[in-house]
Design a binder for this molecule. Structure first.
Ligand SMILES: C[S@@+](CC[C@H](N)C(=O)[O-])C[C@H]1O[C@@H](n2cnc3c(N)ncnc32)[C@H](O)[C@@H]1O
Length: 260
């Protein structure tokens, strides 16, 4: 499959910073000797940030990227000036990598839902069938984070099979340990939900991001069986009116549902 990661905003932003740094470096190396200008690292960082912001505007990146691009080189310089032990950077990098993993590609960061949402999801599940009369309810949280939703549903509905799939190693590991410690029947798989077969599930829950919804809807249309249910916390599918809208918490966003 063709890898489209380079088209994601975070990698575009990085590429733009590298181009801006190269332009500033070449200008400083080849043009400055012909002038009497004093040029410090601070000047270079400001120039690089301004150039990166301009290039980002030219590439029509979302507007909130512009201040990030503008300030990034200065923030980098200020952090280096603090002369922190290099091992702190390594630890910080490893922690953030394990927590966010491929957010730069998926554009879905880690952010947990809470008990009010879990109760609303529970209320949307089909009622338990009479014992021994039907296959158990199969539920999956695509991007299960720390596993709170799946663990609470597994405790409330022992008749069902509750699974979470999570791409980032640290949340997946935490969810797995929580299931083991609490002796839960919930199952946590590490992987990308894009590789799942959605036809294996009766209810699919997603708490993703606006960027993920169009591709999710295409997959749902291809794979989900008639009579099954897609739930999405906070994020709507473009141009698809939901069949279910509930407000789990007056302070928070809606839970939406689409029946197939
Ligand atoms: C907003 S959090 C929601 C966590 C959890 N569902 C909850 O309600 O607390 C989204 C999670 O989806 C994960 N994720 C993003 N893209 C994914 C993918 N393609 N496959 C599996 N997990 C993914 C992220 O790592 C993140 O932990």
């Amino acid at each position: 499959m063709h890898w489209r990661g380079w088209q994601t905003p975070a990698l575009q932003a990085l590429a733009i910073q590298l181009v801006a740094a190269l332009i500033v470096y070449c200008s400083a190396t080849f043009l400055l000797p012909f002038t009497t200008l004093a040029f410090s690292l601070g000047h270079a960082a400001m120039l690089q940030g301004a150039l990166a912001a301009l290039l980002s505007a030219w590439r029509r990146m979302p507007r909130w990227w512009l201040p990030i691009q503008l300030l990034f080189p200065l923030a980098l310089l200020a952090t280096l000036g603090m002369q922190l032990p290099p091992v702190l950077f390594l630890l910080g990098f490893v922690f953030l990598l394990a927590l966010y993993w491929s957010t730069f590609r998926t554009q879905v960061p880690f952010y947990p839902s809470g008990p009010a949402v879990w109760r609303s999801v529970l209320a949307q599940l089909p009622a338990p069938a009479a014992p021994g009369t039907a296959t158990p309810l199969r539920f999956i949280d695509i991007g299960s984070g720390l596993g709170g939703l799946v663990l609470s549903l597994a405790a409330a509905r022992p008749d069902g099979r509750f699974t979470g799939i999570e791409v980032a190693p640290l949340p997946w590991l935490v969810a797995r340990l929580r299931a083991r410690i609490t002796n839960s029947s919930a199952c946590f798989v590490r992987g990308d939900y894009g590789a799942l077969d959605f036809s294996r599930f009766d209810v699919i829950f997603a708490y993703l991001s606006p960027a993920a919804m169009p591709a999710l809807w295409q997959k749902v249309q291809r794979e989900m069986r008639p009579g099954t249910l897609l739930l999405s916390h906070e994020f709507l599918i473009p141009d698809q009116a939901p069949h279910i809208t509930v407000l789990p918490d007056p302070q928070g966003p809606n839970l939406y549902g689409w029946r197939r």
